[in-house]
Design a protein around this ligand. Structure first.
Ligand code: PEP
Ligand code: MG
Length: 562
């Protein structure tokens, strides 16, 4: 949006698309009291009642919003309302009030206690601290008679700016008005990013403190694929870009399979799912099957390992959504950010580099073989034409691949491995001979290649799947796959980015697996590119010096085609 006075602020784009509208800020969080106001003994019962009343009001408001929402939004709102009413939290508040503090200060203390507990537990528990703080802020605002923090009421179109969005806010965003999201914090896998992907609105995260320099009402141009927010953009160029984007969005809405390039080169377009419900949602899209079934997601809160029969029933629900199609089941990827009480080690210094994924089974092979038995049992109920492929997470060496493949083949299962550890990509020529297929997990492959925690908002610029270093490992894997006649898929978030999907096909990937909501965008983008275009953009991306340069070069190439 070249213009002498224009100025761009950069973050990490997580959902592609453009928007041009005035900025609005999410209503600020209340200032938290740092000292308590003493409450006399005879006032404490009334003070606790004042708290309960405020909590119930907040919970009631959330429940009303839940009743008017659907699906995931309703679930998030109901869960947040549940947290406001949580008995453990109320007990902690009461204890603080009983020791002489006023309700506002008692709420802060009780929340801090839970936040510390959740942070110590790590993984997804730690990510839930945003929800806890959100609940705290809403109740404190209510206690003070201030407006509830969170989303403003917007009448026209707007780009929503926030430090980070609370689940309860993102769940009820009205996309008729809110055209894009930008956050100071967050990362590509943060809650904000996930919801933006579901709502399919352009989104940029991890912009940093510079975002705060944008005042409400300022007209901004946002480009979700470049990750830029531009102030003083050239108005006619910005409006033109929005019109082109809307034209592409219309193509996405109309796109139907099969997935192929403009000149008819076929590739498989598959869905990532976590359970039977998600598989049914995916079955309503043009997905040809499932490319990643994350089995561990069903067991995050299980305290005991489910029996083989119980597991087979759970897996069967996913198979039932795609009775005739390929389903790639990933064995338990427990550990790191997905702790499972019956499978993972109690505490490790560095869980992302620890005993996670397939590594758990080295000292506990029967945990893996019971899961494989359950997968085989459920697969036996499928039609003869339906392919059931099984892959292991976190394979790092040829001997791990060989061992896993043997266990699969003893059960007549097609054996594969995820390529998400750089060592596995580099050793692909020695790993692939043991396997029937591989699938590249770009989320972890990026994390480990760049030595950057995928959950860290400060490192989002490194954990970007456009990093040329990651693309070079993918390129190498594809070359080896072709030599060994082993199909290579991609099932990380990279496959959900339409332009990057073009790069991946150009690199020689045979199948792409992404969130159900991203399927049509990827299919529609690839339908606009020939195989030669894909190869050209792959060259551009691989030879770029940075993720931003790769993205920009590919974008310029694709825009010039229009
Ligand atoms: C990946 O690492 O890219 C992947 C698909 O697995 P997960 O995101 O579940 O770690
Ligand atoms: Mg992974």
């Amino acid at each position: 949006m070249g213009n002498a006075s224009s100025h761009s602020i950069k973050g990490t784009g997580v959902v592609a698309g453009v928007a041009y509208a005035p900025a609005v800020w999410v209503r600020p969080r209340p200032d938290l009291p740092t000292v308590g106001t003493p409450v006399g003994e005879d006032q404490r019962e009334a003070e606790f009642e004042r708290f309960t009343e405020a909590a119930l009001t907040v919970a009631g408001r959330l429940e009303t919003r839940a009743a008017g929402a659907e699906g995931n939004a309703a679930e998030v709102l109901t869960a947040t309302a549940g947290m406001v009413k949580d008995r453990g939290w109320h007990k902690a508040v009461r204890k603080n009030i009983n020791s002489g503090n006023n309700a506002e200060y008692a709420v802060v203390g009780a929340t801090d206690k839970f936040v510390a507990m959740f942070e110590a537990a790590g993984g997804i528990m730690a990510e839930r601290t945003t929800d806890l703080k959100d609940v705290r802020d809403r109740v404190i605002a209510q206690l003070r008679g201030e407006p509830e923090p969170g989303l403003p009421t917007v009448t026209g179109e707007a780009v929503l700016l926030a430090d980070d969005l609370a689940p309860a806010d993102t769940a009820t965003l009205d996309t008729a008005h809110i055209k894009a999201l930008v956050t100071e914090l967050g990362g590509p896998t943060s809650h904000t990013a996930i919801i933006a992907r579901q709502l399919d609105i352009p989104c940029i995260v991890a912009v940093g403190a510079e975002l705060r320099s944008i005042e409400a009402g300022t007209q901004v141009f946002l480009d979700g694929s470049l990750g830029t927010v531009t102030l003083n953009a050239d108005e006619s160029e910005a409006r033109q870009a929005v019109a082109e984007y809307r034209e592409f969005a219309a193509k996405v809405a109309q796109w139907t399979g099969p997935a192929q390039t403009k000149d008819g080169h076929r590739f498989q377009l598959l869905a990532n799912v976590a359970d039977g419900n998600a598989a049914r949602v995916a079955a309503d899209t043009e997905a040809e099957g499932i490319g990643l079934y994350r089995t561990e997601m069903s067991f995050l809160s299980a305290t005991e390992e489910p029996t083989v029969d119980e597991q087979a029933r759970i897996y069967g629900k996913v198979f039932a959504a795609f009775p005739e199609s390929k389903v790639v089941v990933r064995t338990l990827d427990a550990g790191s950010d997905k702790p499972i009480s019956y499978a993972t080690m109690e505490s490790e210094e560095n869980p992302a580099l620890g005993v996670r994924g397939l590594r758990i089974a080295r000292d506990n092979e029967s945990l893996l073989t019971r899961q494989l038995d359950a997968i085989a049992q459920a697969a036996a109920e499928r039609s003869d034409d339906a392919a059931t492929w099984v892959m292991a997470p976190m394979v790092a060496t040829p001997s791990e691949a060989k061992w896993f493949a043997r266990l699969c083949r003893e059960r007549n299962l097609t054996a594969g491995a995820m390529i998400e550890v750089p060592a596995a990509a580099l050793m692909a020529d020695t790993i692939m001979p043991h396997l029937d297929f591989v699938s590249i997990g770009t989320n972890d492959l990026t994390q480990y290649t760049m030595a950057a925690d995928r959950l860290s908002p400060q490192l989002a610029y490194l954990t970007d799947p456009w990093q040329p270093a990651v693309l070079r490992l993918i390129q190498h894997t594809c070359v080896v796959g072709r030599d060994h006649n082993v199909p290579v898929g991609v099932c990380g978030e990279a496959a959900a980015d339409p332009m990057l999907a073009g790069v991946l096909v150009g690199l020689g990937v045979n199948s792409l697996s992404c969130a159900a909501t991203a399927i049509a965008g990827v299919g529609a983008q690839l339908a606009e590119l020939t195989r030669e275009d894909c190869e050209k953009i792959a060259d551009l991306a691989v030879s770029a010096e940075s993720a931003a340069e790769a993205r920009e070069a590919v974008r310029d190439y694709i825009s010039a085609l229009a």
